[in-house]
Design a protein around this ligand. Structure first.
Ligand code: ANZ
Ligand code: ZN
Length: 823
């Protein structure tokens, strides 16, 4: 063959990308009778350039998509852009560029970058979440949810930066200061819209069971903890008479409720603790019932976010009031404490320092009594800390000797019988506040009317779009200052009204984009989804993304799926059938990041070696779930392998199908080469469909190629190329398609039968044991008779059998020969 077989990635990659694009090879088909696979990598934020994390994410998804396409599936493998959000506004402030322009320029650039990687995305299904057509249906969902009571408006305490005039997410508060301007963050009550994710708490928890074995167990545990279901007792502490008088001022306060998951420890209560926001604390503060210094300390805690309080030392003080223990009648002092959360349970706790760590820390600091009411079920307790495990009740008249489980139920029963408390279930998960005082987001489609109050925009008026002419300074919300946009007619009475100027949390957009891809672009104009196609494609068969989304995004998306199902838009209960969380890309042991200066730019790698090398390295360097350490010489290695593959292909016969080979007649090296090739083939289904250990498949292909290079049979080489190119096509699609076109006219790519004969061994490797002791091994032809094998064994074992009497010789089929000897 005289063809020039120099590997020139730039040339062939461009060529194939154009062919794929021209033929529309990656567009999903509308034939719903075909078996389908929906493969989805999490869509990117258009920050400007793609990074190695993207390359990893999209290469994994692409390999799967290409694999399933080869195997006859109708594949949906879409991409889009999660394009609303803060960075666009920050760019606007810094570079005086409009967020929209910045965003869409970035999208164009990144789309080009993704194309150079040869990713098999559908082009027709691409969208950006800031597109008005996307906003339109997002607002429709918001209104439908509002009408159903799944969206509501309330005032709540939020992190507020006075300087920037905006709410900050917990993640944007650094050491109590605004991450952007550095001013102190305060806690402020602000009205906003909330999504009732708590309505779905139980279902979100229950359905985690269906995901077992299909999602990483770590993610399931994180979601379970976040939902945080617990059951226990709620009861009311009565204030004693004196305390009632202290609080007497307005509406009578008789006592307060507490929630405990450990009613079995009730005899160990040594104080009660209230959240600083508790109404009793407020009453004392407002009534001037506390010393100035005490009031000051409480106000300081009030100004901290829950997160900061959690991070700081336990703090609090005695409030000068007492309650009565419901079982013993003892006097229990009431404290205010920074570790009691205002919005969990009743915002108050019965404190049992002996058996709760936080109560213990607090009691130790303030010298409060510690009463032991549980002992370990087995062994001794060494003390010096709280005994938090379940055990056996002690010092507890009603329940002495019972296990903690039994005691818990017995106390609940008693409280219920006496009508002084009840069994309750609590969830940690909170409703999702989605209001943001920002410009670059989807406007919340609500109108405030003087007469009608809060009114949803009419569906036919959607989308409510952003005005382009705004001043973005970073102070306050530009929408709030845009008079002509803001003032509208009330959708209900036609009177003077004002638009809601808050926009939605961008997690709102990423909570349903996967379902949007499942309808085609013609549907998008008119409806959120086309029922037939969305029911065909959903749910996502394989979702791929970073572990950093283990809770928020994945939980919100699960919630949306269920809420949209109940609104009649979708069918499935869960959006993502299987989830793969990819590990981070590191360099020198650290996450690649601009600030650490250890970034490797994908563009540079593609420019130097081509996309196939980048893809091969990324999938070869580590299993996808594990961290991946960047390694320049391994990149070189990947490149060299592709060169070898390319050069070696000159010895391959051009043909349209796998040559027939008479295996038995081949020499040892040739048989070995075939075995290695078929070993790789045998592995491949598991790799692509089950465990995603692409690295082992690539290694198997490399070994196979080496074995092929060590022999010279053209049929064996041809067969090897046919198979290896098939196996590697999802990973290095440009090289594989190029060679396959030359050698096999791209004839393909059907399922290749695994031939058993290539795994049959010519010779047996047998062990020799003498009196049960292993002495060595020997080789015998597979075709040898038992007698021939024994004869061979005697020869090989001559050293140990010399001048000995053989009493018995036993051949254990295929394994070993044992000699029993005397002397
Ligand atoms: C007494 C007790 C004794 C408790 C004991 C624990 C161990 P989970 O499981 O997370 O639901 N608690 C109740 N409301 C609280 C609030 N608003 N802020 C902070 N802590 C609160 O936790 C329930 C337990 O957390 C409750 O059970 C209560 O302390 C505390 F040996 O009551 B426990
Ligand atoms: Zn009105």
């Amino acid at each position: 063959m005289s063809e020039n077989l120099k590997y020139e990635p730039a040339k062939i990659e461009k060529k194939w990308q154009e062919i794929w694009s021209k033929n529309g090879e990656f567009e999903p088909k509308d034939d719903y009778s075909l078996p389908k696979k929906y493969i989805l990598s999490m869509f990117p934020y258009p920050s400007g350039r793609i990074h190695m994390g993207h390359v990893r994410n999209y290469t994994i998804g692409d390999a799967l998509a290409r694999y399933y396409r080869k195997h006859g599936y109708n594949v949906l493998h879409p991409i889009g852009f999660d394009s609303f959000g803060m960075p666009a506004e920050n760019a606007a402030i810094k570079h005086k560029i409009h967020p929209k322009i910045w965003t869409y320029e970035n999208i164009d650039y990144m789309r080009g970058e993704l194309e150079t990687l040869g990713l098999s995305f559908s082009k027709k299904r691409e969208f950006a979440t800031s597109d008005p057509l996307y906003t339109k249906f997002e607002q429709e969902f918001f209104i439908k949810m509002y009408e159903k009571g799944l969206v509501y408006r309330k005032s709540a305490v939020v992190n507020w930066c006075e300087y920037d005039q905006t709410v900050l997410a917990n993640e944007q508060v650094e050491d109590g200061c605004c991450w952007r301007c550095g001013n102190a963050v305060i806690q402020r009550e602000l009205p906003g819209y909330y999504l009732k994710i708590t309505d779905y708490a139980q279902e979100l928890l229950d359905d985690l069971k269906c995901l077992e074995g299909k999602w990483p167990s770590q993610v399931l545990t994180m979601q379970e903890n976040w939902i945080g279901k617990s059951f226990g007792l709620e009861f009311k502490f009565e204030l004693d008479e004196e305390s009632k008088q202290i609080l007497e001022d307005g509406e009578q306060i008789e006592g307060f409720g507490v929630f405990t998951t450990r009613p079995d420890t009730i005899y160990g209560v040594s104080y009660a603790a209230l959240a600083p926001e508790h109404k009793i604390v407020k009453r004392l503060l407002d009534g001037g019932k506390l010393e100035v210094a005490k009031a000051e300390r409480i106000r300081k805690i009030l100004n901290q976010s829950p997160r900061e309080r959690q991070a700081s030392e336990k703090d609090g003080l005695f409030l000068g009031i007492n309650v009565v223990h419901p079982l013993t009648g003892e006097k229990v002092p009431v404290w205010v404490a920074n570790f009691v959360l205002a919005d969990y349970g009743s915002g108050a706790v019965m404190a049992v320092p002996a058996h709760d760590e936080r109560d213990y820390e607090f009691a130790s600091k303030f010298d409060l009594p510690i009463k032991w009411v549980v002992k370990p079920a087995q062994g001794e307790f060494e003390g010096g800390k709280a005994l938090t495990e379940y055990g056996i009740s002690i010092n507890s008249p009603l329940i002495n000797g019972l296990s903690s489980e039994e005691a818990k139920l017995k106390i609940i029963e008693k409280f219920e019988a006496d009508k002084i408390g009840k069994r309750v279930v609590n969830f940690k998960i909170r409703d999702w506040g989605i209001s943001r005082q920002r410009y670059w987001g989807a406007p919340i489609p609500m109108v405030h009317c003087k007469c009608c109050g809060v009114v949803p925009e009419k569906i036919e008026n959607l989308p409510v779009t952003l005005p382009d002419d705004v001043q973005i300074t970073g102070e306050g919300n530009p929408l709030d200052k845009h008079e002509s946009w803001k003032h509208v007619k009330c959708p209900k009475c036609g009177g003077e009204a004002v638009r809601e100027t808050d926009t939605m949390d961008t997690f709102f957009e990423s909570s349903w984009y996967f379902a949007r891809y499942a309808s085609d672009e013609k549907t998008w104009q008119e409806r959120a989804f086309d029922a037939k196609s969305v029911n065909y494609w959903m749910n996502v068969d394989q979702y791929i993304g970073g572990i950093e989304h283990a809770i928020l995004h994945l939980l919100y998306a699960r919630f949306f799926q269920k809420a949209l199902r109940d609104l009649g838009y979708l069918r499935d209960d869960e959006p993502f059938e299987r989830l793969l969380t990819q590990g981070m890309v590191l360099k020198d042991g650290k996450k690649m990041s601009k600030s650490k200066g250890n970034v490797v730019d994908p563009d540079d790698i593609i420019h130097k070696y081509g996309a196939d090398t980048a893809r091969l390295f990324i999938l070869f360097a580590a299993p996808p779930q594990k961290e991946l350490e960047w390694n320049d010489s391994a990149v070189e290695g990947a490149f060299r392998f592709l060169n070898r593959l390319y050069e070696r292909s000159s010895g391959v016969k051009r043909c349209m199908q796998i040559p027939q080979i008479a295996h038995a007649n081949l020499s040892k090296e040739k048989k070995y080469a075939r075995m290695k090739v078929y070993e790789a083939l045998k592995k491949s289904n598991d790799v692509y469909e089950e465990n995603f250990t692409f690295n082992t498949l690539i290694a198997a292909c490399m070994e196979a190629l080496n074995a092929v290079n060590a022999q010279d049979n053209q049929d064996v080489t041809t067969e090897a190329f046919f198979i290896i190119l098939n196996l590697l096509e999802p990973i290095v699609p440009h090289v594989a398609n190029e060679l396959s076109e030359r050698l096999f006219s791209r004839a393909n790519f059907t399922k290749i039968e695994i031939l058993d004969e290539v795994f049959e061994k010519d010779s047996l490797n047998l062990a020799i044991t003498v009196n049960g002791k292993r002495r060595g091994e020997f080789e015998a032809p597979s075709s040898a008779s038992d007698d021939e094998i024994l004869a061979l064994a005697r020869q090989s074992a001559a050293k140990w059998l010399e001048r000995k009497e053989i009493i018995k010789q036993i051949y254990v089929n295929g394994k070993l020969v044992n000699f029993v000897i005397k002397g």
